[in-house]
Design a protein around this ligand. Structure first.
Ligand code: ADP
Ligand code: GLC
Length: 491
């Protein structure tokens, strides 16, 4: 089985969020799964700095897509045998700033072309005359940036190779003015309801949902939620009609990168058997962030994009009460300016208790995950979420809302779940500031009971959040997709 895994980010090459974590880890897990007999290659743009992070890089082919001349480079993910094909076109991809936005946070105005080229190259590589001399059986696309691939495969290249489109977030759809259609070489007759048109715009996401042979998303609960008005962002009707081809598979974590026993970012390693190192990490974190060094102050951690999705706007109004209760808060993230400014103002007001670091900082994210006593994630919607999984693995019970992958991965603490050793975190009744405050307060109360707390930590640390079982579910999905393929051929 040959799989081409198409993505717009992959850790540690380029990362803005959880998609990178998944794209860096899932192909590795698939490749090492005992039942996988095949090959998987990751395809992504060679943004600035990407090629230098690959090992054994070499130029392998040239290809023209949407009139853009591209060079394909092959290399390997660091410390891995997973091959990456990087599309080099410096005009499109060699820029300062992020993969989707410039340094000020504004979307690149040629994103339709930049990700149209990614999608087009993926489709060209699925053809028999692929310049790679390697043809996939399955093209596995991820999020809107790759959404046009299934459309190109079906409508333009007319290949029989099968495609899977994985939804990581319905809120980002890649909708562009219809006048980009000709530049993207898309057949205009499909610019309608039964095609890639969405409210008079070209929608990359809709194209993926409409033309892929199979669909998946990153948790079973989110697979159900996105078929409803509240979570479907206008595409719930289409998702409902494709419900039989839609599977929810919970993300896992890369246990090479996220393991408190081997994490090189931490001053001291620790594990569920010997958790004392966690105290040293907390102390070092308090010191680094300028918080008062106090092992008895409950330290709450946040590492996140600041977006409506994440529900962090509930925090500022309850911070004065949390401070009065003796809590500390270590926040790392960036995004909505008003929220960044709000946290900065609160840090000025309560410097011993509140710390905000605006920006992206990989080592600090590990140290907050390890040094905090509780991890806060009150998302309004959350397709899967990785941070709550890191929280479980790091003995930092997460406080989450009951949505998407959060609902599927965190077991609320109740007298019963404490008794039967299944409690792993705390689940909000509602996504409101009152509910968040109340839940934090009861969690903190329980934190004082060291015996019960150790139990909850252990339950989380002993939960298998690795990719191993989910990688097998993707393999089942690949098999299912290929079976369908065989059936079509024999008809
Ligand atoms: P999303 O992809 O919606 O942002 P996830 O929880 O799936 O949410 O994944 C977010 C990933 O990005 C995690 O690995 C998290 O640690 C990381 N992350 C988010 N913000 C930052 C930041 N400011 N610095 C470092 N890592 C961050
Ligand atoms: C998206 C979602 C997040 C998920 C990640 C990886 O960014 O917001 O919930 O964990 O993709 O699948």
């Amino acid at each position: 089985m040959h799989v081409l895994f198409v993505t717009s980010e992959a850790f540690p090459l380029i990362k803005t969020g959880g998609l990178a974590d998944v794209s860096g880890a899932l192909p590795k897990a698939i490749k090492s799964a005992a039942s996988f007999n095949g090959d998987i290659k990751v395809l992504l743009p060679a943004y600035r700095g990407v090629l230098s992070k690959l090992t054994a890089v070499k130029e392998v082919a040239s290809i023209e897509a949407l009139k853009q001349s591209c060079t394909l480079f092959s290399g390997y993910l660091p410390d891995s045998d997973v091959e990456v094909i990087a599309i080099k076109n410096d005009v499109l991809y060699d820029r300062a700033g992020g993969p989707y936005t410039d340094e000020s946070g504004a979307d690149w105005n040629d994103n339709a072309l930049r990700f149209g080229v990614l999608s087009r190259v993926a489709s060209l590589l699925s053809k028999q005359d692929s310049p790679l001399n390697w043809q996939p059986d399955i093209v596995h696309c991820n999020d809107w940036q790759t959404g046009l691939t299934p459309a190109y495969m079906k409508l333009v290249d007319q290949v029989t190779v099968k495609s899977i489109f994985s939804i990581h977030n319905m809120a980002y759809q890649g909708n562009f003015d219809g006048n980009v259609l000709s530049q993207l070489e898309l057949p205009a007759q499909h610019f309608n309801m039964n095609g890639f048109e969405f409210y008079q715009q070209l929608s990359f996401m809709k194209a993926g949902l409409f033309y892929a042979d199979q669909l998946s998303t990153v948790s079973p609960t989110y697979a159900k939620e996105i078929q409803t008005v509240h979570y479907g962002f206008g595409l719930q009707g289409l998702l409902k009609t494709r419900a039989e081809q839609l599977t929810g598979i919970l993300n896992g974590i890369d246990t090479q990168d996220w393991n408190p026993a081997t994490d090189s970012h931490l001053i001291k390693p620790y594990s569920d058997k010997n958790i004392t190192g966690k105290k040293a990490v907390k102390k070092a974190l308090q010191q680094q962030l300028g918080l008062s060094i106090n092992p008895d102050a409950p330290l709450l951690g946040v590492v996140s994009r600041f977006a409506y999705q994440k529900g962090l706007d509930l925090l500022p109004s309850i911070i004065p009460q949390l401070v009065a209760d003796g809590c500390q808060l270590a926040i790392l993230g960036s995004g909505e300016k008003a929220l960044e400014d709000g946290f900065v103002a609160l840090q000025k007001q309560f410097p011993n208790n509140i710390s905000i670091t605006v920006g992206y900082n990989e080592p600090m994210s590990h140290n907050i995950m390890a040094g905090a006593d509780l991890f806060i994630m009150p998302s309004r919607f959350e397709p899967c979420g990785l941070n709550q999984l890191y929280g479980l693995a790091y003995g930092t019970p997460p406080i989450v809302s009951a949505t998407g992958g959060l609902a599927d991965s965190v077991r609320d603490t109740t007298p019963e779940t404490i008794k039967n050793n299944t409690a792993t975190g705390f689940v909000l009744k509602n996504v409101t500031d009152a509910s968040l405050l109340g839940t934090i307060q009861s969690a903190v109360k329980l934190w004082q009971d060291k015996q019960v707390w150790r139990k909850i930590q252990k339950n989380g640390m002993q939960t298998d959040v690795s990719w191993s079982s989910s990688a097998n579910l993707y393999l089942d999905l690949y098999e299912k997709t290929l079976d369908l393929h065989k059936k079509t051929l024999s008809q």
